[in-house]
Design a protein around this ligand. Structure first.
Ligand code: NAP
Length: 281
């Protein structure tokens, strides 16, 4: 028999403090929900909007109403494409929580159009949120993450990228060239951070989702033929679901993932591996 330390806590996040950018809806809200359900003490979500049906406040309320959780959620508004806002966010997290164990850089921006029509302001926004902002988040939160990480239980950075960072998903009418480029950069940023910050007891990994219904993705899902067409093209015959994000986040951020550093995990049913058209055998 093998002796495992604390096997019962292998997928638990008790006492952990997590920050999820873009936590007010979509994949970020799935991650925040999963962290609280896995025992996290505090989950801080950030986004730009506070009020309304998509703002931070309604998300915090939903999170704090989850039955059976020991921890709680806090919302701190910030624009994570601005250095000044990130510096302010670091101070606010320090004040609210006193420490940080998990940073999920999830907030993202995209733009879809013909190559000829893609405006420069969209390129700037995409690169600012998906690449520059992620680098700044890691840089400014590194001291707090280092302070709470240990050799056996490192602090975690998760970069939510996309399978669009691994292949060329959409050109032509609904092209997303600079989004795809930004996500490829996010992957390589994650690999660099893994080597840079690993010795400081901080691991960095990349989660690369395929299609999950969300505000960001739903327009493109429709333009590409709708849910059932995309489901049919997927080896697993479905799109992503909230539990798929919960599983990978809890794995990477719990003791089970403590020796994983610098990897990217596609959460897409294997879709990214397919090339060309496959006949139905
Ligand atoms: N859904 C998919 O199919 C899919 C596939 C691959 C990758 N992804 C990636 O997954 C991540 C989340 O996407 P999602 O589909 O969940 O999108 P979403 O539902 O549109 O949510 C985006 C979140 O990011 C926040 N946000 C956007 N810009 C921000 C900024 N500058 N500063 C702070 N917060 C900001 C939004 O809130 P505010 O608007 O209030 O700021 C919102 O909370 C993105 O990185 C995306 O590229 C998604």
């Amino acid at each position: 028999m093998s002796n495992f330390r604390d096997f019962d806590r292998l997928f638990r996040l008790d006492d952990k403090v997590a920050l999820v950018t873009g936590g007010s809806r979509g994949l970020g809200l799935h991650a925040a929900t999963a962290f609280l359900r896995a025992g996290a003490a505090k989950v801080i979500i950030t986004a730009r909007k506070t009020g309304g049906p998509e703002g931070i406040n309604q998300a915090v309320e939903k999170l704090n109403n989850i039955t059976g959780i020991k921890g709680h959620a806090i919302g701190i508004p910030a624009n994570v494409s601005s250095e000044a806002e990130i510096v302010r966010l670091v101070k606010a997290v320090e004040k609210e929580a006193g420490k940080l164990d998990i940073l999920v850089a999830n907030a993202g921006a995209t733009w879809g159009s013909k190559f000829e029509d893609a405006p420069d302001h969209a390129t700037s926004k995409i690169l600012d949120v998906n690449v520059r902002g992620v680098f700044l988040l890691a840089q400014k939160f590194a001291p707090m993450l280092q302070a709470s990480g240990t050799r056996r239980d490192p602090s975690r950075i998760i970069i939510v990228s996309s399978t669009a960072g691994k292949n060329v998903p959409h050109v032509g009418e609904n092209g997303t060239i600079m989004y795809s480029v930004s996500k490829a950069a996010a992957h390589h940023l994650g690999r660099n951070l893994a080597i840079e910050l690993g010795p400081s007891n901080i691991t960095t990994n990349i989660v690369a989702p395929g299609f999950f219904p969300s505000k960001l993705a739903s327009g493109l899902i429709e333009k590409l033929g709708g849910t059932s067409e995309l489901e049919d093209a997927n080896p697993r015959k479905r799109l992503g679901e909230p539990e798929d994000i919960a599983g990978v986040m809890v794995y990477l951020c719990s003791p089970a993932g403590s020796y994983i550093n610098g990897v990217d995990i596609a959460v897409d049913g294997g879709m990214v591996l397919g090339a060309g058209r496959h006949s139905k055998l």
